[in-house]
Design a binder for this molecule. Structure first.
Ligand code: MRU
Length: 343
């Protein structure tokens, strides 16, 4: 897979996902404002990828600061952090990664500012490397739940494109495939932004993993026909009680899965688990522009001008609908997470 995000010659290089699958083009961000815009406008998306990108944005912005006094430098780095944190509200990985960068800054306050700048680049690279490693571990734990010959339904894109590499939900798929299991993926197209059609279908085809695209409203009928054996999705934020925020439409898939007795798994690293948020009720849900709903990717207009639109980008699946949560520390019942991830 081409890298989603990387530090390249003093810039943050992003694969522009808004242009997939038509074009594979990269954007070299040379200032943190461009990084912030890329996150807000979905050039890079997916909770872990947003976190890694924001961390690199902090490093990039810090590198351009002129101040040689720690207090002044630190104040300006915090302003950069605030600008990056204001891009998207739901994925907690964004705030987690920014907090980690602030910690690295505070811990190196005794160093000269030029050394702190290098330390911040290193820290962002560590966040990226750890993300890939966690996804591979998670994939191995999750693959145990997948049997040879099964069909896995997924929603949105929780793949290599949504992370620093390998993916969370699609990491489970990749690991099972690498173990030689003959599996197949049903990818929900995921209206309105079509992450399933544009991104999940694309990345699985790149790797030669069998994938069939369906529209979101087909999932129930296919489940009823016995064509879905399990569901695996990613997460943008998991509350302490195990409620999961993920791409809009995830809740409907989970309810359908329960109605048909199909296991519904969520795959996510510890950076997605937010023990400070007691339940899904308190997770902020991003509301996006009507244009995403009234057109297909800004191209074909599919609704009358001026029609009122609702466009919540995420929903919350209550813990009761989730069979288990696959993490890099193992597979747990939603209710076990708080205890397992307290430290
Ligand atoms: O709006 P997006 O494309 O950033 O939403 C992405 C999702 O909802 C993913 O399922 C989630 O971030 C998990 S990615 C490993």
């Amino acid at each position: 897979m081409v890298p989603t995000v990387e530090w390249k010659e003093g810039a943050v290089r992003l694969l522009d996902q808004s242009q997939l699958p038509e074009k594979v083009v990269f954007l070299d961000c040379r200032d943190y404002q461009t990084v912030a815009r890329a996150i807000r406008e979905l050039l890079v998306r997916g909770a872990p990828a947003i976190g890694v990108t924001a961390a690199m944005g902090v490093a990039l912005g810090s590198n351009s600061l002129k101040s040689s006094q720690f207090d002044e430098f630190s104040k300006e780095v915090h302003e950069i952090c605030d600008a990056l944190a204001a891009t998207r509200p739901t994925a907690v990985n964004l705030f987690w990664a920014i907090e980690r960068m602030k910690r690295a800054l505070a811990e190196s306050r005794q160093l000269p500012v030029e050394a702190i700048k290098r330390r911040l680049v290193d820290e962002s690279q560590r966040i990226l490397d750890e993300d890939i490693a966690m996804n591979k571990t998670m994939g191995r734990y999750g693959a145990v739940l997948v049997q040879d010959g099964q069909t896995i339904l997924t929603h949105c894109n929780a793949g290599a494109l949504a992370t620093a590499g390998y993916g969370t939900a699609l990491g489970v798929v990749r690991a099972a495939w690498e173990q030689g299991k003959k599996i197949r993926v049903l990818a929900d197209e995921t209206r309105p932004v079509l992450q399933g059609a544009r991104l999940t279908a694309w990345e699985l085809m790149q790797d030669g993993i069998p994938v069939t695209l369906i529209t979101d409203n087909m999932a129930g009928a296919l489940m009823r026909q016995g064509l879905v054996h399990l569901c695996v999705v990613g997460a943008d934020r998991i509350a302490a009680n195990g409620d999961v925020a993920n791409k809009i439409g995830t809740y409907s898939v989970a309810v359908l899965a329960k109605a048909h007795g199909i296991p519904f798994y969520v795959a996510a690293p510890y950076s997605t688990i937010d023990l400070n948020t007691p339940s899904g009720e308190q997770i902020p849900i991003e509301q996006r522009q009507p244009g995403e709903v009234t057109s297909i990717c800004g191209k074909a207009v599919v609704a009358p001008v001026g029609v009122p639109v609702l466009n919540p980008a995420f929903d919350v699946t209550p813990a009761a609908y989730i069979t288990a949560i696959i993490t890099e520390r193992g597979v747990f019942k939603p209710g076990e997470l708080a205890e397992r991830f307290r430290t």
